[in-house]
Design a protein around this ligand. Sequence first.
Ligand code: GDP
Ligand code: MG
Length: 772
Amino acid sequence: FRHRILEMGFVKGRHVTVIKNAPLQDPIEYKILDSHISLRRSEASQIEVIDICDYEEEQHTFFGTINDDDPASFIHTKQKTINVALVGNPNCGKTSFFNFATGLHEKVGNYGGVTVAAKIGVFNRKGYTINLVDLPGTYSITEYSPEELYVRQHLIEEMPDLVLNVVDASNLERNLFLTTQLIDMNFKTVVALNMFDEFEKSGNKLDYKYLGQMLGIPFIPTVAYKGIGIEDVIDTIIDVYEDQEEITKHIHINYGNTIENAISLIKPKLLKNKAICDKYHTRYLSIKLLENEKTTLDLLRDGTKNFKEIYKIVKRQQKIITDEYKENVETVIANLKYGFIRGALKETLVLSDNSHHPDKATKIDNILTNKWLGFPILIIFLYLMFQATFSLGAYPQEWIETGVELLGNWLSKVLPAGVFNDFVVEGLVAGAGGVIVFLPNILILFFFISLMEDTGYMARATFILDKLMHKIGLHGRSFIPLLTGFGCSVPAIMACRTLENKKDRILTMLIIPFMSCSAKLPVYLLLVSAFFTKHQGLILLSIYMIGIVIAILVALVLKNTVFKKTSEHFVMELPPYRKATLRNTATHMWLKSVQYLKKIGSVVLVASTLIWMLSYFPQQNDEKINNLTAERGSIQSPKSYIEQIGQFIEPTLRPLGFDWKMSVCVLTGFAAKETAVSTMGILYQSDDKDQTLVEQIRAEKYTYGEKAGQNVFTPLVAYSFILFMLLYCPCVAAVVTCMKEYNKFWALVLTLYTTAIAWIVSFLVYQIGSLF
Ligand code: GDP
Ligand code: MG
């Protein structure tokens, strides 16, 4: 926690402004440097704050820089390939830059933690092949969070030729903190001074050329999401690589006599270990040793022959430093780094004086996170989102439905009658067609989610929900994987990586399946539109809410049993409100469509084929018997394979009100949730080809058992089925992801316990509902 708030800018001599309480009085929003940060009361109370009147400006924190005449510690042979790593704070525009530079479409979002793993993009310029790696955002390069460790690992293991440091120009002080670490690590660096549009609007002026000269790093203004300045950056990267760039210089930050002295004592001892020196810059290691960093200590304990000697010097120097500064070394160095940045900015940054007036964004924010209005607005927004998913989606849905119907009719006419005709019309078209009609609805849902993400409202939702999340043992940060879960469980499970604590990660991962993913939406839409004529938006909202409530209950139980622990801190940045860009939203929706269509083209088609075959065979070839059975009605026609399978599992699901066909859907839904709908499309087909699937399931009657003659579906059965679909085990892809991220054990737990809960909930709903 100490580390996290240090890197966020809570260091000696900085103003802290209290902005507001969350609606439930906790957490609180603070302004430090130029960013807004949310802290819980319990955490904020650990930070020492003194009245501004009692503060004496501290001197001697800016010592400027030292030129380094050492040869660079690692020299790469010049090749025609340049490996560039993108490093920067969360939410400063790295991925936007990456997408523009490489022409790829990685996900961008206005909150931290969107990119969780490295993404590589390759492009050519001026005869060079440039490998650009998009890394997760970090405030500093240390060992505390998985992202930080990941970035650090990447920089050290992969040894990129160059680091492209994306810096948020409107929040320079904090962003440059990371830059000072890159300087310590001695990387060749180019800075993209991003968000330059916002910076210029603020009226502040920065002499970035001079700042660059001071740091020995070229600074280039960019507006990444519009693609402005990106070519300049890439050209500069090439210049630096070719050693043609005149600003680039090998400098160090001067930490003042005491620390510089300590470094100069440790460095020579490290230099005796060649293997270490080949990989790491010794100055960097010396600083990390003084900071008592565990990873570095471990590394040197194993990697050096003279570790004992080194360690002794480090201990003695640490004592000298703490004696002088009356603070632990890590804090001292962070203070000095911030002191250096402040000194450098004093000479280059001119603040305009209009930055204190409340602007439009502040006014909007005051409403959105208002004590009384915050929650109602969030709920209304979600309600509108679901209502729109339904009502706006209905029109294009109808067109696609008609199209699918026409296609089916046309194909059944042009293809010669027989097995193949049946296969195409009843298998492929009915199966895939049943799923494809929901494409518009899914797009609308993603339009809203994308809107929430891009504007920054998502982070505010986290802010107002943290108290509740905390109550159930989750972390405000769990909100992001959970919200991602409404899109798809696979990236959601991966997004759990951003949680720093392993127990938090597993707990969050276990409840992700209850966040209704978009693949389940077709099932709900089909059944809700068939059996509920009024308040469809509300019913849809209720399904999502039940998922959330169950997740909360499960989290509460687990938190008090298996995952007992002290809670983790909640330091979260609240990004500024931004206009959602059309480009971003469109890309997001486009990606989703492609993904959805791909799924239809693969999993759904294969499953449809399989289901159709199993339901078509064994086929009676003898026409006469066929006619006879039809006439008499008493003799059963031989059961298809699928019917046999369905009837085999039906008894376990009968208490929930399901017939054998629904039981089959439960099975196929495991492949991908949409396949439940395509399965229905195949199994609930009637002879009347003009009937839509909705009409068919409305008319479906039991032909067997004690319920023979009754309707298979009632609103209650439909609801019970929806709940089962909502809650039972996630699809194969999600289970496999869980296995990859954790292990087989947790994948198995995930599969079994969700299914058990689904069964119990549907059982209760159906049985209790039947009493009325
Ligand atoms: P990352 O977390 O560093 O990968 O940042 P993203 O690329 O996901 O961008 C964060 C947010 O900032 C998104 O909402 C972008 O649309 C927005 N953004 C990116 N670059 C700029 C820029 O130059 N100016 C402005 N105003 N917004 C930007
Ligand atoms: Mg990113």
